[in-house]
Ligand binder design. Sequence first.
Ligand SMILES: Cc1cc2nc3c(=O)[nH]c(=O)nc-3n(C[C@H](O)[C@H](O)[C@H](O)COP(=O)(O)OP(=O)(O)OC[C@H]3O[C@@H](n4cnc5c(N)ncnc54)[C@H](O)[C@@H]3O)c2cc1C
Length: 479
Amino acid sequence: MKKQEQKILIMGTGISGLSTGYWLQKAGYPITFIEKKDQAGGSMHTVRKEGFTIDFGPNSGLDSSSFFHPILEDLGIEDKILYASDLAKNRYILKNHRLVKMPMGPLSLLSTPLFSIRGKLAIFREPWVKRGDVPESVAGFVERRFGREFLDYAINPFISGVYAGDPEHLSVREALPKLYALEEKYGSVIRGAIQGRKERKKRAEKAKIASRMFSFSGGMQTLATSIEGHLRKKGAEFLYQREVTNLEKTRNGYKIKFSHTSKGKKILDSLESGQIVLSLPAGPASGVLKKLDPVFSGILSGIEYPPVLVLYLVFRSDDIASGENGFGFLIPEVEKASFLGAIYSSTLFPQTLADHPEKNLRSFTVFIGGARTSLPDLDKDPVMRKKVEETAIGELQKILQAKNPPMFRESRFWPSAIPQYNMGYDTVIRARENFEKNFPGLYIRANYVDGISLSDCLTAGHKKAEEIIQILNGKKEKE
Ligand SMILES: Cc1cc2nc3c(=O)[nH]c(=O)nc-3n(C[C@H](O)[C@H](O)[C@H](O)COP(=O)(O)OP(=O)(O)OC[C@H]3O[C@@H](n4cnc5c(N)ncnc54)[C@H](O)[C@@H]3O)c2cc1C
């Protein structure tokens, strides 16, 4: 069959679906996207209100994917990229109600008040700790190698910042694969990091630490709308406000069933294709696959996605007495605060305030909930939502030493924010492999496999597209 006749359907227009579609279209395949919402982006969700550019999903990404710059160049949006202020290297941890700067090297580690002398000794002893021999949680791995204080005041807040997760439940092998691999390969994280740096230097390769933190003018969703515009111009079809409900096998491929609303009426419709990429979160994917593969569907429905409330706040600069400034701060669970941490949004990207008439403002993005808190559905409980927001604002005001409440606030509740790569996650990875083997022509490309960051999703989108292209070219049989 000619390429032009092999229409590929992609469910979901988050970064996973868009990046896979981008490479498939580049290889000459016609693409149709089918999306529940009325716009592209998924978790990349930017709102512009009263002159503020608010990112309720990812606030920034790292340009560590080797596909990032080539894609931007091709889209013609290199001039829209914003790099974070140099202040972003300052990161803080809340300890005893005060912000303490995160040590970023051995010297600052020696002098930091973040860890006691005993805590520091445990960290420096790490190269001599023996390898683990059983599957471990992130907490188990870190406590064994670096001690309890490092777990409580470095990794616990770091995991909140990345996964909104709980290190006691996350599997170190799947959630922090690079950290895990250092022990596997070098027998020590510290020794491995030093050795890895030397090896990368030799290969002139970029490490994530050396990668730059980006956003876009117009916010992170600019990336999604730009990819969408580019693909559409080259013939891709985008079917919005279509919620896929079911997928079934037909003689020549698969039929997807979806619903959409027209003139107030719910209409059921369907599309057929031999090649379908599922770029949906695990929950909706589980629903779609319930009849086709009940076992895989069951495994997907078991993936934890904790809720997160994202609260965007703007203060008048003169109201804030705290001198700390940088990327933001994270709060260790042992500090027992009502929120996980805050990003100093306007410090990173001052342009996000530029369209507001009043100057001398500062914006903050506060994250509440995650796996270590149990938030109810705040979209259904406005009284509780207000209480949760007020508590967090009160605590933030104390930390920032802000004498007045914020002059602007806006929030978004994510009932299912980020997939947790919990203990036993290899079951999910294996089940996905089996599913793709058992149903040739169906592919899984979403953030519940191969990493949750934008940069991981960009890299994995390219890899999945290459795999599909090889299969369609007949060069690769599904083993
Ligand atoms: C609050 C938050 C903050 C984050 N911060 C960062 C950050 O700072 N940096 C970073 O690198 N990463 C961050 N992430 C992670 C990153 O944004 C996500 O992992 C990534 O964007 C997920 O992309 P995706 O395409 O896999 O899924 P999604 O973006 O969730 O896209 C899935 C798409 O499928 C659609 N869909 C769902 N059900 C159906 C259905 N039945 N039929 C049709 N369509 C359907 C959805 O509407 C959506 O558009 C953050 C995530 C969240 C939630």
